[in-house]
Write a protein that binds this ligand. Sequence first.
Ligand SMILES: Cc1cc2nc3c(=O)[nH]c(=O)nc-3n(C[C@H](O)[C@H](O)[C@H](O)COP(=O)(O)OP(=O)(O)OC[C@H]3O[C@@H](n4cnc5c(N)ncnc54)[C@H](O)[C@@H]3O)c2cc1C
Length: 400
Amino acid sequence: MDFKLGEKEKVLIDEIAKFAKQELPPDWKGTQLIDQECTDFDFEVSMSKKLAQKGWLVMSWPKEYGGQGASHLEQTVYEMEVSYWGIPGAWMGISGIQWVGPVLIMLGTDQQKKKYLPMIASGDKDGYWCTGYSEPNAGSDLASMQTRALRQGDHYVINGQKVWTSFAHNARWCWLMARTDPNAPKKHRGLSLLIVDMKSPGITIRPLPNYYGRHHFNEVFFDNAKVPVENLVGEENRGWYHLMQALAFERRSVGPIIAGGFRRMVEDLAQYCKETTYEGKPLCQHPIVRQKLAEMAIDVETIKMFAFQFTWRLTQGAIPVYEASRNKLTGDEIMRRFATSAAEILGAYSQADPNSKFARVRGRIQGAYLGFPGNMIAAGTAEVEKSIMAQFRLGLPKSY
Ligand SMILES: Cc1cc2nc3c(=O)[nH]c(=O)nc-3n(C[C@H](O)[C@H](O)[C@H](O)COP(=O)(O)OP(=O)(O)OC[C@H]3O[C@@H](n4cnc5c(N)ncnc54)[C@H](O)[C@@H]3O)c2cc1C
């Protein structure tokens, strides 16, 4: 089997490297991995627009909606490389590019495709989305959600609360899941996907600082917020099935991000171990350090292969649900292993803030360590992913 990339992909890799060196400040520390968070929103948007102008941002989307009609392989390679260089803006709050767009391409009406896809493809602020699934009493058990969308003539009236809504404070649109039929015989039926304008009256966004003080997610309250009926995505009351597709795309995104982002981190860490002495010897000659670095390199290679295998399944027209959960679970474990091993190698330096004089390895280890527990929960915990894999790979009965 030949795993070599083609000429197109090789050229793309070189062009992205050139772009990163030209556009990013020399002391650029990268974005927060996974959510690709950048603390300077205006800089992030300026970079999204530049990536869009290059034709890269949503390159695999059809040309009529702002893409380039590129292959899924090119798109995956692009995602790995922007993650390697930590280019902000490549993910635009992640929801719009990674799952709203792909699901709208499959299920959206012509009007929805023409309105929303070019907005995302432009890289501008109006293309930023958030995702409203989780509620205070519905996380892993998402089908228990209570937010109500009551149909009244030509619109739905939304009442309820969402929580952990990443980047709602930057988002122009919300990809919202709500209950349209409270009398459905099973709780996962009677749910619908809606597109909500975050500027609508009746929406309140309250910041929810995370456990290390960053404003990443929010609580979002809906108090008689109106949504036009044409903003229903797919079929009314079949939102649960559309959600499965959206979640597969969301979980898929972990593969290229980790494969690219951690490749860079492992390279940087290996370099640090070559340059740093401990008890009179370079760190890299310490047997335990060598083993840990080798394990990290294997992890990066594994997730890269999983990401490419998922991409190949996409090219066959599949929505690979099992593979998405496998990649998410594997990616989570890689994040955890990397962060704990890197913290052991760096010792107290791993705790230094990226801007501190004590920061090592571009100050990335602190973020990796603080970020992995949350990233392992977002988009489904390990237990949820394993349950899906048991169903879709082993044919076990559904758990609900
Ligand atoms: C960084 C981050 C970003 C997020 N962004 C968003 C967002 O943008 N939009 C959004 O809608 N949500 C978002 N979330 C929410 C996320 O999807 C939920 O936190 C997640 O699904 C878990 O739900 P929960 O927090 O209610 O935990 P719970 O569901 O209460 O789970 C608690 C524990 O119990 C376990 N558990 C639960 N049920 C079972 C079971 N049946 N079998 C075995 N174990 C079980 C879980 O695995 C977990 O360990 C985000 C979360 C984080 C951490």
